[in-house]
Write a protein that binds this ligand. Structure first.
Ligand SMILES: NC(=O)c1ccc[n+]([C@@H]2O[C@H](COP(=O)([O-])OP(=O)(O)OC[C@H]3O[C@@H](n4cnc5c(N)ncnc54)[C@H](OP(=O)(O)O)[C@@H]3O)[C@@H](O)[C@H]2O)c1
Length: 248
């Protein structure tokens, strides 16, 4: 199989499970060596590494809570120590809290913004210093920013911030020939998406896409593959809606 990313090093935050795990697998399949980051799910992260190595890829698992700056720094430094450089950063780690505005506590607000915004901002700060010239940053946002769904105000606000970080940073990192883009998935079949939803609600959301289904982690990983390719070197500061035509 063709290995367009041979010789490249990728760091994917929150890749023990869900979308991040599939992105890590895809990048490894394309030839990159991959740092798999996890916070709590050590055995899942180790399993993700095993799967990659079973397919003759190379990966290591690194524990770091990306909401803590010192741990983010450790994550980048560990990756550099193991693999000498970092070419691709995918800021995927994130959490979802869905509640109407009256029900959101200060603790939930702070936790969600730390997980979804602080983590991305300071990972990008690390990347500004430590990513190789010609590198790629991809921030995972959401289509929820486009569809005004009740209960998603806090989450949509956090991803709106991610979209703005992406836009501005693309101009700051142009000098290093680094592209910075966002991918905004629609509903994707993971633990984060399924938690608290009935099968009926899921079927209703599936019906909102052009293909009458929920997205898969592989659908999102495919878009990452496009953005890290050499052919995407002129694409920066953009937000790609990967949602089966749900909105954009
Ligand atoms: N699923 C969807 O429908 C959907 C749609 C649009 C956007 N997204 C976005 O896609 C991304 C991934 O979502 P998902 O559905 O794959 O979620 P998921 O299945 O819940 O997986 C989340 C991943 O993030 C990691 N993580 C969470 N907090 C972390 C922290 N503080 N430090 C390090 N890792 C952390 C988790 O690792 P541990 O278990 O080790 O903590 C796990 O690997 C998120 O940014 C989400 O907002 C998802």
């Amino acid at each position: 199989m063709d290995k367009p990313l041979a010789g490249k090093v990728a760091l994917v935050t929150g890749s023990s499970r869900g979308i991040g795990r599939e992105i890590a697998r895809k990048l490894a399949q394309m030839g990159a060596v991959v740092a798999i980051n996890y916070n709590q799910s050590k055995s899942s992260a180790e399993e993700a590494c095993k799967q990659i190595m079973a397919a003759e890829g190379k990966a290591i698992a690194i524990q770091a809570d990306v909401t803590v700056m010192a741990e983010l720094q450790h994550l980048f430094d560990q990756t550099l120590e193991k693999f000498d450089k970092i070419d691709i950063l995918v800021n995927n780690a994130g959490i979802l809290i869905t509640k109407k505005i009256e029900q959101v506590s200060e603790e939930e607000y702070d936790r969600l913004f730390a997980s979804n915004v602080k983590s991305v901002f300071f990972a990008c700060q690390q990347a500004a210093e430590k990513l190789s010239p010609g590198g790629r940053i991809i921030n995972i946002s959401t289509t929820v920013t486009k569809i005004m769904m009740p209960g998603y105000g806090l989450y949509a606000a956090s991803k709106g911030a991610v979209d703005q970080i992406t836009r501005v940073l693309s101009r700051e990192l142009g000098k290093k020939n680094i592209t910075v883009n966002a991918i905004s998935p629609g509903p994707v079949d993971t633990e984060l998406f399924r938690a608290g939803k009935s099968e009926e609600q899921i079927a209703q959301m599936a019906g909102m896409s052009a293909f009458n289904r929920i997205g898969t982690p592989a659908d999102v990983a495919g878009a990452v593959a496009l953005l890290v390719s050499d052919d995407a070197s002129w694409i920066t500061g953009q937000n790609i809606y990967v949602n089966g035509g749900l909105a954009g």
